[in-house]
Design a protein around this ligand. Sequence first.
Ligand code: 0O2
Length: 220
Amino acid sequence: MDGGIDNNRDWDVDSYEALKLRYSAALKLVMTRLEILNDELQEVHRYNPIEHIKGRIKTPESIVKKLRRHGVESTLDNMIEYCNDIAGVRIICSFTSDIYKIAEMISAQDDITVLSVKDYIVNPKPSGYKSYHLIVTVPVYLSSRCDQVKVEIQIRTVAMDFWASLEHKINYKFEGNAPDRISLELVECAKMVSELDAKMLELNNEIIEISEQTTGRGRS
Ligand code: 0O2
């Protein structure tokens, strides 16, 4: 224990409900932090990087499936250890550059610890999937203790999200065995998504430049 913060995984949980309460609290905390960041960026800097934020708690069925994938039993300890996305937040940004700015702002918050980063934008999955993933822990203060709770944060552009939603639906429909032609088309679509994102960013930068020249001031 360090200042009341328990960094071990031996949480005082004896039921799925007690576990879920911690993840729901962690989800609320991250969502609120993101809303505050977005409000400040909008109000003070006239900058609107976040299109929307979605949060969800993974269903028990989905958790059990993931634990099976890891080859471990469905116990509360294994859920805490192996399932990093029981609490999941998805941030949808306008531009690729916003993704990294948001990730930096979250990571800079003192009580948020980044456990891992997966940059599927620089290194897309073979499927074509692009997104930026962070696994963080946040402190959840309870009546007599504080637990560090994991939250998965996925950050992506509107275009990347569109692609991922469609690909997810297709994979669900074909139970992960989509016909080759469809998988290849999806990889092609992912390339178009990257081109679109790059073009939109370029256009946006041009617009900012022009408006700075006409108004004579930059964005603070
Ligand atoms: P769901 O149904 O969205 O919750 P790990 O989660 O660490 O055990 P992994 O696969 O190494 O396993 O983690 P990774 O790569 O960070 O992926 C985690 C989540 O990213 C997935 O959660 C998906 O939400 C999303 N994701 C990863 N790859 C793809 C992909 O190819 N296509 C789409 N559409 N989404 C992807 P779950 O639990 O697999 O699924």
